[in-house]
Design a protein around this ligand. Structure first.
Ligand code: PMP
Length: 363
């Protein structure tokens, strides 16, 4: 058995062990072709089968309707911060942005370069975000080209548990850190986008699920590579796609289906998160989570210890115990346990036990 750590990295992050083992097995000889998938042409039938299987699996797992395209693009979620307004917004138009963290601010900045942005809500207080807004707090405008949200805020550990109703205005969601982590009604959204590197695979590929009418009405006065329509027309084979990343996404989605799909993984994810929040509550006075109860993320659990020195010690001792990736984002400090799909209930149990023992040693 190779040496493996318990990986709580925020992204790129843990991948399911059976997926890594399968990829290792196939690495030198993909489907009996005598070469790795990385060495194949993206126009060949062997690669294309994997490409199409990944798209089909995503459609099946998320229940994506025929009125949506599923695209595999490059440039990460940040690329989508730009591509969405480039395609859907013009100088004399505006879009609504709901600000719930650093990533939504990043998306807003890019949109402001293209058109006008109306901040529909912000939950920032004294420089930090501890919750997502309630529906009644949103100042949405019926004239907006779209409403942009970040469904899960990877840095601040907050998450939308119900989505805003936007009527006929398309809802656009950055789901980089919670896609395929729970059941989802895709039909509520105009666009869903996510970098693969948390719940779906390695870095290098960005999934975009976009309603066909939005693709068709997209701007054509921007360079072709940044338009959705040519990518959709070419089934994401307009230019050379990140073939190995897409291959890995396919393997992860196969694994997810075998595990029982989104209903099943959603339950496990809820249980993992509840265990951690319960542990924090049980050790009140030592561990502290400042995120409001109904905004707490089931993917990124952030918490603090009484002092920064203790937080540093926590990370050091956790690393010694074989648990990595627990340091909070550099902009906010503290501790963050990222517990994406590939992090098991047993991994979280080990972390919770460690938290109890650490408190006893350092209280
Ligand atoms: N949005 C969210 C919610 C994220 O967590 C991240 C990365 N951590 C990004 C956007 C940026 O993603 P990328 O590096 O793929 O551009």
């Amino acid at each position: 058995m190779p040496h493996r750590v318990l990986n709580f990295n925020p992204g790129p992050s843990a991948l399911p062990l059976p997926v890594l083992e399968h990829a290792q097995k196939e690495l030198l000889d993909f489907k009996g072709t005598g070469m790795s998938v990385m060495e194949h042409s993206h126009r060949g039938k062997e690669y294309e089968a994997t490409h199409n299987e990944a798209i089909a699996l995503l459609r099946e797992l998320l229940g994506i309707g025929d009125n949506y395209h599923v695209l595999f693009l490059q440039g990460g979620a940040r690329g989508q911060f730009a591509m969405i307004p480039m395609n859907l917004l013009a100088k004399n138009q505006h879009a609504d942005y709901v600000l719930t963290g650093a990533w939504s601010e990043g998306a807003q900045k890019e949109a402001e370069k293209i058109g006008a942005v109306n901040v529909a809500a912000t939950t920032k207080v004294d420089g930090v975000y501890r919750r997502v807004p309630k529906p009644s707090e949103l100042h949405l405008s019926s004239e907006a080209r779209y409403v942009h949200i970040t469904s899960n805020n990877t840095i601040f550990g907050t998450q939308f548990h119900t989505f805003p109703e936007t009527g006929s205005v398309p809802l656009v969601a950055d789901m980089s850190s919670d896609i395929v982590s729970r059941e989802l009604d895709v039909s509520k959204f105009g666009v869903i986008y996510a970098g693969a590197q948390k719940n779906m695979g390695p870095a290098g590929v960005t999934v975009v699920i976009i309603r066909k009418d939005l693709v068709e009405s997209g701007r054509t006065d921007i360079p072709e590579i940044f338009q959705y329509a040519p990518h959709a027309k070419a089934n994401s084979l307009l230019n050379t796609p990140p073939t190995f990343s897409i291959y890995m996404v396919c393997q992860v989605l196969r694994w997810l289906k075998k595990e029982g799909g989104l209903a099943s993984i959603g339950k496990v994810n809820q249980e993992k998160a509840s265990m951690l929040y319960r542990a924090i509550a049980e050790h009140q006075g030592f561990y502290r989570c400042d995120v409001e109860d109904d905004s707490r993320s089931i993917m990124n659990v952030v918490f603090n210890l009484p002092t920064e020195a203790l937080e540093k010690q926590f990370v050091t001792e956790a690393t010694q115990a074989g648990m990595i990736g627990l340091k909070g984002h550099r902009s906010v400090g503290g501790i963050r346990a990222s517990i994406y799909n590939a992090v098991t209930l047993s991994d979280v149990t080990t972390l919770v036990e460690f938290m109890g023992a650490f408190e006893k040693r350092h209280r």
